[in-house]
Design a protein around this ligand. Structure first.
Ligand code: NAG
Ligand code: NAG
Ligand code: NAG
Ligand code: NAG
Ligand code: NAG
Ligand code: NAG
Length: 677
């Protein structure tokens, strides 16, 4: 036993010595020009990657180690024998397929007698054969193909993504779908796509004694599986091979299918045992895959989930900000909660389209007025926004508005409700279509006839009477003037803005009493006492009567003309009808006209106590009572000869704030006038 064993060992040692061992290794292919013979479209990228084909149709690329390798041995024995040397190779490849369309065709580890294949075809032939020499024994080629396209001659490779061992042609001796065996007893087979992996490592080992060829592949991240994918005895290989052969790679693309084929590293050992393993960290980075959601279901899922998450987050953010804004809109104080006439700011914002300019129907008085349509009911409303209203009296005022909201009269612009938003007070009124009385009176294109004017006057009187005497409590309007009287579709007067002036009458910060009203309509006592009363409303009403009849503003723009004085003058001269608006011509009832003019003078008397009440005014207007004799009127004040002087005097002595210049007198705006205490 022993001597025989010893003899065997000796023979083995001799064989070892006689078989010249040979190996080489590439970690990347920088500076490989002297070592590789490249043909066709192959090249080395700046990153040092051997690129066999670009992703272009119908190209082939080859790269062979440029030294021929002696692969066959003749053994000296009684019967001369040829033996194919053992070899081992390992390489890392990467296939980059297009994200739309198809990739192809594949690459092949090749042992061939030549590095030139001038008439070989691409596509299924992988740049090694053509239709006429395929499978011809005179080819002397061993191929291990890594093919990504199926359908070659409809038989062997039914799976596109496969590994095959071929001799002299594309018909495989054996082929397997790309896969690797997991470690362990059951050695589960794990299939994978060679195109989709960043890089794949392949090991090809041939044992010259057993004549078994092993092929193993695995994704780069998986270490070498111990069980090969293919383990096949190829006894005829020694008859195929020539004595010296070239080792290398070939790859091709097809007419419509094209991938880029890359080799990142390569190690070969002939007659020297296992090829030295590649150090993966020395390899160039695999070329980037085309980012394609459709070819990566998990990417798709991740993208979908990510966008869903983003969407949800955005929604949440939106809701939170909206909610915050909503809360900002509606920061309510406790007392606001039990106010039935309180509107939601949000609704008003919607109604007026965000208080845009196109909805603006008037500026004046205490703020801007917008037309709006309430989203809940679809009713038209006028929305008055009073900016930066003094907040001190807000609570009391809101209570007052709450009660004003209950006022209902056909000659009032009904207050529907109110809303407080930050520093702004917003009031919601009925929308009255024809605009204000002054816009009709002083419009050159419109001439109100006498019946309309008389009807308007009676309407204003009825409205004021309701406020002063007919409602459950006395409401002082405080700002009767033509621009505060709106005219509805039937030319009825609707008194607006009642009670509002009160908001400005107690300015606690500056410790002054503000007189609120409009120059020309302000009763003389108001400039002294600052106290509004029913009779100060009557005074303004008197001025209004004269204005409606004469078609003239209460105060001339120079400040020198006062309507009341002018009418009184004409009255005393016995020519009172001289003041009638020329637009009327003579189309009026003289009796009614005279009544209105004299009533105007009666109401605008200097001393409050001589002015009639609104109830009395209504009776005069209905001819229920006749006017008192003019000689009994106490028009003149003891100190001041005329009504007008009291006003001008007050202005010149600084009792009326000088910031209001004369030029603003008679303008439509309401001016809060302050008198120092
Ligand atoms: C490549 O060729 C050069 C010069 O002939 C040689 O020094 C080097 O070892 C070769 N490299 C390989 C991997 O064979
Ligand atoms: C084999 O035998 C021949 C002659 O018989 C001799 O020339 C040759 O060197 C031998 N080869 C080996 C490897 O022993
Ligand atoms: C196929 O290839 C062989 C060898 O390279 C060549 O002689 C032959 O002409 C080619 N045939 C065709 C049809 O290209
Ligand atoms: C194989 O190729 C050789 C040389 O190219 C040719 O003479 C022979 O006829 C071919 N055989 C077949 C079966 O095609
Ligand atoms: C080939 O694989 C078989 C089965 O796993 C194994 O027994 C044999 O040693 C392998 N041969 C080589 C050269 O690795
Ligand atoms: C692989 O290369 C890296 C970088 O040069 C080196 O640090 C590491 O030790 C090498 N690994 C092996 C197994 O040689």
């Amino acid at each position: 036993m022993a001597p025989k064993n010893l003899f065997g060992l000796l023979i083995f040692l001799i064989l070892l010595v006689t078989c010249t061992a040979f190996s080489f290794q590439f970690h990347g292919f920088h500076n490989s020009e002297r070592n590789l013979t490249r043909e066709g479209d192959s090249n080395v990228t700046p990153q040092g990657i051997l690129q066999l084909t670009k992703r272009e149709n119908n190209i082939v690329g080859h790269a062979f180690y440029n030294k021929p390798i002696k692969i066959l041995e003749k053994t000296n024995s009684s019967v001369p024998q040829t033996k194919f040397s053992s070899f081992s190779t390992c390489f890392v490849f990467s296939i980059v397929s297009p994200n739309s369309g198809l990739g192809g065709f594949g690459l092949a580890f090749t042992i061939a007698p030549t590095t030139q294949f001038p008439e070989a075809e691409g596509g299924h032939f992988l740049g090694l054969f053509n239709n006429s020499n395929d499978m011809n024994t005179s080819n002397h080629i061993l191929v291990v193909e890594f093919d990504t396209v199926n359908g070659y001659k409809d038989n062997t490779d039914t799976v596109g993504n496969h590994v095959g061992v071929n001799i002299n042609g594309m018909q495989s001796k054996i082929a397997e779908p790309a896969a690797y065996f997991e470690e362990g007893m059951d050695a589960k087979k794990e299939e994978f796509s060679m195109e989709k992996e960043d890089a794949v490592c392949a090991w090809i080992e041939y044992d010259g004694e057993t004549e078994i060829l092993n092929v193993t592949i695995a994704p780069l991240k998986v270490s070498k599986p111990s069980k090969p994918l293919i383990s096949q005895a190829i006894h005829d290989i020694k008859f195929v091979m020539k004595e010296t052969m070239f080792f290398g790679f070939s790859a091709s693309t097809g007419k419509r299918k094209a991938s880029s084929h890359y080799i990142l590293g390569w190690s070969v050992s002939v007659n020297g045992g296992i090829a030295p393993p590649l150090n993966f960290s020395l390899l160039p980075k695999p070329p980037p895959k085309e980012k394609d959601a459709s070819s990566f279901p998990w990417v798709k899922v991740a993208v979908a989930m990510l966008s869903a998450l983003t969407f949800t987050l955005l929604c949440l953010l939106f809701i939170v900000t909206r909610y915050k804004r909503y809360m900002m809109f509606e920061t309510l104080e406790d007392w606001e909660l039990d106010c039935p006439h309180r509107f939601r700011y949000r609704d008003l914002h919607i109604a007026t389209k965000g208080f845009i300019e196109s909805q603006l129907i008037g500026v004046g008085g205490f703020g801007a007025v917008y037309k709006g349509v309430l989203p809940s009911t679809g009713t038209e409303v006028a929305v008055k926004r009073i900016m930066r209203s003094p907040m001190q009296g807000m609570r009391e005022f809101a209570a007052e508005i709450e009660s004003l909201g209950r006022l209902r009269h056909k000659n009032l612009v009904n207050l529907q409700g109110w809303c407080k938003h930050k520093n702004d007070l917003i009031l919601i009124y009925d929308y009255i279509p024809n605009g204000s009385l002054d816009s009709l009176l002083f419009n050159d294109n419109i001439a109100l006839d006498w019946d309309q004017r008389f009807n308007i006057i009676k309407g204003v009187a009825a409205g004021l009477l309701y406020l002063h005497e007919e409602w459950e409590q006395v409401v002082i309007h405080r700002d009767v003037k033509s621009s505060n009287i709106l005219i509805d579709g039937e030319f009825n007067a609707r008194l607006g803005d009642f009670g509002l002036a009160r908001l400005y009458s107690h300015d606690q910060v500056s410790h002054t009493t503000s007189v609120v009203g409009t120059i020309g309509y302000i009763a003389p006592e108001l400039t002294r006492t600052g106290k509004a009363s029913a009779s100060s409303d009557v005074y303004a009403f008197g001025v209004l009567l004269l204005e409606v009849v004469a078609g003239t503003r209460p105060v001339g723009s120079s400040g020198q003309f006062l309507l009341v004085d002018w009418v009184l003058e004409n009255c005393q001269l016995g020519q009172i009808l001289e003041v009638v608006d020329p637009k009327l011509g003579s189309a009026y009832d003289e009796e009614e006209m005279e009544l209105v003019l004299k009533l105007g003078l009666l109401c605008s008397q200097y001393k409050a106590e001589y002015r009639p009440s609104m109830k009395q005014v209504a009776r005069y207007l209905n001819f229920d009572d006749s006017l008192p004799d003019i000689s009994d009127w106490r028009y003149y004040d003891s100190q001041s000869s005329t009504n007008s002087l009291s006003f001008l005097e007050a202005m010149s002595t600084g009792k009326i704030a000088s910031s209001y210049s004369l030029s603003s007198i008679g303008s439509r705006s309401t001016l809060p006038i302050k008198t120092g205490r």
